[in-house]
Write a protein that binds this ligand. Structure first.
Ligand SMILES: [Zn+2]
Length: 332
């Protein structure tokens, strides 16, 4: 399917020099708006020659550090300070972000599980297709800013997928280190073949994501990592002048397999036996699930199936079978 088959358009010229604000228009005919479209804000800041960079947030609508960081960047970045072109989209899944949900209320679409999209599909699939066929081909570097969202909280980190190519891996490690989050999680394989990350890598992009906190909010500490990290990446790429380096060294850790994840096997109230950032050993209790409708029943006990540091935890105490309550990362 070619990009010309996509009904999605952008109402500004992304090749034009200078700084321009506009919208990606996803046709959406409804009872309230017969000839309407979903308006996804976009800005392009195009200076002299240099790399083409795509910055996105709001892929999941309930993750806020990236949305706020890119709104700030849209206002502050000037074309005369840019060597190259920066395309900025703070709310890639605008319908989901407008209601603060991970998925779109229009079609329940999880954008980060719908790549490479479908031009004739649901609104969320059409957004994915537009990214795959229009935005990724015109750029070489991309950063997709995520956080834990409503159900998870992460230690603030960069999240990347390792490359088997030595030169590409060295370039990726230099970029993620330059971003300056306290932690880098290097996955040994894609968490989903249908993510923006997988799609960007298929285009040959230098690409990474972040997981900056979560729990359905933002904090001064996690927001500062997002705000400064974006600028540090642009400086690392030579797009803007050098900026101050991160205050602390980055710790690199590995995501390698299913044994690092702890899931709830039953419905109930989860009582954790760990805190975010704890180092745990295989076989150590992870917590227990209480059965409030059966108070005489003994809780279901969970244990860690691997050793490592707890880098992510579930936020709501209510759990159902299949809910991830924690995951670990290991040192290299
Ligand atoms: Zn996300």
């Amino acid at each position: 399917m070619t990009s010309s088959a996509s009904p999605v358009i952008v109402d500004i010229d992304l090749q034009a020099k200078g700084k321009h604000f506009g919208h990606i228009r996803v046709p959406h005919s409804t009872h309230e708006s017969a000839y309407g479209f979903i308006a996804i804000p976009i800005a392009v800041v195009n200076g002299c020659s240099g790399p083409d960079v795509l910055l996105t947030a709001g892929n999941h609508g309930d993750e806020y550090e990236g949305q706020i960081a890119l709104l700030k960047l849209m206002r502050s970045l000037l074309a005369q300070d840019v060597r190259g072109r920066v395309i900025i989209i703070p709310r890639l899944n605008q319908p989901a972000a407008a209601v603060g949900r991970r998925t779109s209320p229009l079609d329940e679409g999880n954008l980060n599980r719908l790549f490479p999209g479908d031009p004739m599909g649901s609104p969320t699939a059409q957004i994915a297709h537009f990214v795959d066929t229009v935005l990724l081909p015109m750029t070489q570097v991309s950063l997709d800013l995520h956080s834990g969202g409503s159900s998870l909280e992460y230690l603030p980190c960069v999240y990347a997928t390792a490359s088997p190519d030595t030169a590409r891996q060295a370039r990726l490690q230099a970029a993620v280190t330059a971003f300056g989050a306290p932690l880098v999680l290097m996955a040994q394989q894609e968490i989903s073949s249908r993510s923006l990350m997988a799609c960007a890598r298929a285009h040959g992009h230098l690409h990474f994501a972040t997981e900056l906190g979560g729990a359905g909010t933002t904090t001064p500490a996690t927001q500062a990592i997002a705000d400064r990290g974006v600028l540090r990446l642009l400086a690392h790429l030579g797009v803007i002048d050098p900026v101050a380096p991160p205050p602390d060294a980055t710790r690199m850790m590995r995501i390698s397999g299913s044994s690092q994840y702890v899931y709830a096997p039953v419905r109930g109230l989860f009582e954790p036996a760990f805190a975010l950032g704890d180092t745990v050993q295989v076989g150590q209790p992870a917590g227990c699930i209480h059965f409030p409708e059966e108070p005489e029943r003994a809780p279901c006990e969970l244990v860690f199936a691997d050793s490592g540091m707890v880098v992510c935890r579930r936020v709501p105490s209510l759990v159902a079978p299949g809910d991830c309550v924690a995951h670990l990362a290991a040192d290299f």
